[in-house]
Design a protein around this ligand. Structure first.
Ligand code: FAD
Length: 492
């Protein structure tokens, strides 16, 4: 069969959060971008609990913040954990950190088929040539660079696209990442298996924690309990590899028996039934081995999202790492195509920042899995890992909110924080001030709160008037900084 050949500046493989984000941010700079997605959207995906850095950082940059708000996703103010030495559940709220204070102190729990479709449509609106049912079969060389891909289109024809860059955003199931060289290294620590399904009619925590992710440890692992709507709940058991027998056999029975062994989750599901409508009628399993490739790029190609690395889902960092790495890669591609920065410098910056963020989660998680600790000790470890100047609780909340990297674009700009905080004071008051069960469940909200948070908003507003609140600075000595619009690199 004759291959049909086209030309583009960039080919993005995969239309998940990583691919859609990178493609849109590159097309915004006027480059010709083709995105090839194997499936037809909307398609099912796991990874439903988002972080504020994604919702108010990358999604704001993408221009979909309001569309997300209109979609009516469940609002997540923080997380509630039955974890560690404390026999009682404890809660953290994103609002405890000044960097997420005000109206940016929440994220969403999303049905990924809806969220991913919003991002993919947005990429098309941004000028990306989105092609679904298009499966990339090979990555093609151009001398010692990568120079394009060959794919099968919806009609089964083989097509080739020559491009200056290929971004591999094809997730954790594809082998395309091997084309950058290096190796995929699996963590010896997080070798877990997840078994998950969907329930109708599960209980909700009392407001304002009703949209929180609930994580409950049990003897062989832990559960996530993610409220996706008033009635739909995503429930998953993550069990250690040594307990793999617990997830063998009939998956429905296995999940029910794991639920019965975890009193908190059993109580939340006491009036619930398993979903019977697609795509939520199946019990699925995933081996969420954590891995990281030793090389994230080579001339002409870079890996983003799960194609590059993945770390245990306990802090819901997957979509954050996917969209953040997409932003970093887009900056590199935009800078090189504009002739502003050399390829080596641009992609070294991409890889260094991406590895730094991955490592924060990875290292923190190592200590979080030590179950004999009190939560204070987890917070102390967050401060140690991030090297933050903030309080221990704030360091923890910033890490798990995705804003520890000190990237200005991941937290709302200071002026917007102050303005929107005034407009949305009601929402903030509900989130911060009115937690009725706060002390009885060990809520960590009582950190002084509403006044303090509003005070921080005003402080940042003054800073922004003085003009120093948005400037990015190099994270590494001799490194690059993000441009003011966030879409490229500038020399410091
Ligand atoms: P994907 O979302 O996997 O998208 C990749 C896309 O590439 C797919 O649409 C696929 O069809 C397409 N594709 C693949 N191969 C090809 C090809 N050859 N040609 C064209 N297209 C191709 N993350 C969170 O943020 N919150 C959570 O609560 C969370 N929970 C999780 C629970 C479990 C058990 C696991 C395993 C993961 C969880 N994650 C979570 C992680 C999250 O699922 C991923 O990190 C996230 O989906 C990665 O996005 P991505 O865009 O890199 O890849």
């Amino acid at each position: 069969m004759t291959a049909l050949t086209e030309h583009a500046d960039v080919v993005v493989v995969g239309g998940g959060p990583a691919g859609s984000t990178a493609a849109a941010l590159i097309a915004r700079r006027g480059h010709r971008v083709v995105l090839l997605e194997r499936e037809s959207f909307p398609r099912y995906q796991i990874g439903e609990s988002l972080l504020p850095a994604t919702v108010h950082g990358v999604c704001r940059l993408l221009g979909v913040e309001e569309e997300l708000e209109r979609a009516g996703f469940m609002v997540k103010h923080g997380g509630t954990f039955r974890w560690g030495k404390n026999p009682e559940p404890w809660t953290f709220h994103f609002a405890s950190s000044a960097r997420m204070s005000g109206p940016t102190s929440y994220a969403y729990q999303v049905e990924r088929m809806k969220f991913d479709a919003i991002l993919l449509r947005n990429a098309a609106r941004s000028g990306v040539d989105v092609r679904e049912l298009a499966e990339v079969v090979t990555v093609n060389p151009d001398g010692d660079r990568v120079g394009g891909v060959t794919y099968r289109d919806a009609e089964g024809r083989t097509r080739t696209i020559e491009a200056r860059y290929v971004l591999d955003a094809s997730g954790n199931t594809s082998g395309l990442h091997k084309n950058v060289g290096g190796q995929r290294v699996y963590s010896p620590y997080f070798r877990n298996i997840a078994l998950f399904g969907y329930f109708e009619g599960g209980k909700r925590l009392p407001a304002p924690r009703s949209g929180n992710i609930l994580s409950a440890a049990f003897s062989d692992g832990w559960f996530w309990y993610i409220p996706l709507s008033e009635t739909l709940t995503s429930v998953g058991a993550v069990v250690r590899r040594e307990s793999a027998d617990l997830v063998r056999g009939d998956h429905r029975e296995a999940l029910n028996s794991l639920v019965a062994g975890c009193p908190l989750i059993a109580d939340m599901l006491s009036d619930a039934t398993m979903c019977t409508t697609a795509p939520y009628d199946r019990i699925r399993t995933r081996k969420d081995y954590s891995y990281c490739d030793t090389q994230f790029w080579r001339p002409g190609m870079a890996l983003i999202g799960d194609a590059a690395c993945f770390v245990d889902p306990v802090f819901s960092s997957g979509v954050h790492l996917a969209t953040y790495s997409a932003l970093l890669a887009a900056r590199s591609v935009n800078s090189v195509l504009a002739g502003d920065i050399g390829e080596e410098d641009a992609f070294t910056e991409f890889e260094s920042r991406y590895r730094r963020e991955y490592k924060l989660f990875y290292e923190f998680l190592l200590s979080f899995y030590e179950m004999h600790q009190q939560e204070d000790s987890y917070f102390w470890n967050a401060k140690r890992v991030t090297g933050s100047d903030s309080s221990e609780l704030e360091a923890f909340v910033e890490l798990v909110g995705g804003v520890a990297s000190e990237e200005p674009v991941l937290a709302r700009s200071a002026a917007e924080i102050a303005d929107r905080a005034m407009e949305n004071a009601d929402r903030l008051a509900r989130a911060v001030g009115d937690d009725p069960a706060g002390s009885s469940t060990g809520s960590l909200l009582g950190t002084g709160s509403f006044d303090e948070v509003m005070g921080e908003g005003s402080r940042l507003q003054v800073q922004s008037l003085l003009g120093d609140a948005f400037a990015d600075s190099p994270l590494f000595e001799g490194g690059l900084a993000g441009s003011r619009d966030g879409l490229s690199w500038v020399k410091a």
